[in-house]
Structure formats: C-alpha cells, structure tokens
Design a protein around this ligand. Structure first.
Ligand code: SF4
Length: 272
C-alpha cells in the first residue's frame, strides 16, 4: 500500500473533558477514548506527518493513548516534523512533560522543528474556568508546565499568541467568532521556530481522525474554518482513497527528499 504524507494530521484522542465550554468544537463530551485499532489503522497508512495534532476533549485525560501513539510512531519510523497538543490548563500531568521529552529525544532530534503544548486561553474558555472556580489552578498549572519544561533542560519559551478565528460547535451547528483568541504557547524543543505570524489558526487543511475512526477534513485557515468534509472510517477505508474519492489532487512533496536518516518508500500529500 502506498503510504501517505499528511501535512496536518489531527487525532481526536479522547472526547473526555472536565469542562463544558459553550463554544466547544467537539459538541457534547463523552467517555470515548481512541482505541488501539483506530490508532493502528490510521498510522499504518502514514509514512510522514508535518504536524501531528493530538486533540481532545482534554488530552491530559488520555495520557495512555498519547503513549500508544508515540510508541507506534517511534517503533515504525514514521517521520513527524512536530507534535502539537492543546490542553485546557486545569489539570497538571507531569507524564505529559515526560512524553514531550521522548518527542524531543526520538522525533524532533531529526529536524529543526519545535513541538509545543498550548494552553487554551480564549474568552469562553476562561469564562468556564471562572464558573467552576478553577482560575487559580489554571494559572498555577500554566506556569508549572513552563517551569517543569525549563528545569528538565528543554528549550522553553512562554509566549502569548493572538489570532482570530471561528469555533464551530458540531452539535449545535453554530459558529462562534473568537476575536481575539489568545493562546499561551509553551514551546518544547531546540529552536523557537513556531510561526507567530500564522499562529494556530492558519495552518491550512487538516485531516482529522475522530475518536471512532471517522475521517474528516477541514480547512483551518482564517477564512474557511467552517468547511468540514466528512469521509469514511479508517477502520474500513483507506485515507488516501477517501481523499481521492473527494477529488483531492494527490501530489508528491519534495519536503523530505533530503532526509537520509530514515527511509521513506512512498509518500504522498494532497491539495484541493
Ligand atoms: S476545554 Fe476544550 S474540549 Fe473541553 S469543553 Fe472546553 S473547548 Fe471543549
């Protein structure tokens, strides 16, 4: 099977969350966690990933799932430029920092990219945190994450990122404008290469594998965040077939041509 290079791959690792923000992208929270079958069915089709977005729900509630994903990537030599996760800041999980240590050690060592943990800081998020009386925890945890990374010896910088965008609530089918949306970003990695001008809201098309294996694809750029395409399910269809069926143009990128440290046999990306 020809394997896929995906510039932005989102994995909804869990739908669990301890908050209930009114703008939530995920609609109703549930107890669902991504299964081993979905993880393997997805990653076995992929040879390289530009940015791997580990998304929730709240990712700190699914640490074993993150472990399984990283384990599969490292064991199967999948090239990943960087890993990005957004957490809600109300829970401190030292294991998450350790896992970013592995990313630094085994994934980012092959490139100049910078993986990141971002703590949500938009207006509706803070509103929910205040409603639950968690603001003190949120502020403590945010600086604790940054401090731990710093003392663990990883390159660290805390920053404020301002960007604009829309959040889409899939259950309620409504769009909530986030203006401005602020996100604290803690960088983990050697270099501070995060593109502040583009930020998190202008990353282009994202192929997302939902917690149950369904495949969706959206354009996460400023103007097109609402456009979400639904494809098949990774448990019984190949991602590349789904993309082709939906008239994606499959192209071979030259991005990894000079990478000699790992073998890529076949890799593809796509564009609209
Ligand atoms: S923290 Fe994120 S996943 Fe949880 S309810 Fe808020 S927006 Fe949704």
């Amino acid at each position: 099977m020809n394997k896929l290079y995906i510039q932005n791959l989102g994995l909804i690792i869990t739908e669990q969350c301890n908050l209930n923000c009114r703008h939530c992208l995920r609609g109703k929270c549930s107890n669902k966690v991504m299964s081993n079958e979905v993880i393997e069915a997805t990653l076995s089709q992929v040879s390289a990933i530009g940015v791997l977005h580990l998304e929730g729900g709240e990712p700190t509630l699914a640490i074993p799932t993150i472990e399984k994903i990283l384990d599969y990537i490292i064991k199967n030599n999948i090239l990943v430029d960087k890993v990005s996760t957004v957490i809600n800041g109300t829970r401190y999980e030292s294991r998450l920092i350790e896992l970013y240590g592995y990313i630094q050690e085994y994934i980012n060592r092959y490139n100049d990219e910078t993986s990141e943990i971002a703590v949500s800081f938009d207006k509706y998020h803070i509103e929910e945190i205040k409603r639950l009386n968690l603001l003190k925890d949120y502020l403590n945890n945010t600086s604790k994450y940054a401090d731990t990374i710093y003392y663990a010896g990883y390159y660290e910088i805390c920053n404020k990122l301002f960007c604009e965008g829309n959040a889409v609530n899939l259950d309620k089918k409504i769009t909530v404008p986030l203006k401005p949306m602020k996100t604290f970003v803690t960088y983990v990695g050697k270099n501070n290469t995060f593109d502040k001008t583009n930020g998190l809201c202008n990353i282009g098309p994202v192929v997302t594998i939902n917690v149950d294996g369904t495949i969706t694809e959206s354009d996460a750029s400023y103007n097109n965040q609402n456009t979400i395409y639904n494809y098949g399910n990774v448990l019984n269809e190949s991602i590349i077939e789904c993309l082709l069926k939906n008239k994606m143009k499959v192209v071979k990128p030259n991005k990894f041509e000079n990478k000699t440290n790992k073998q890529i046999i076949k890799y593809y990306t796509y564009k609209h």
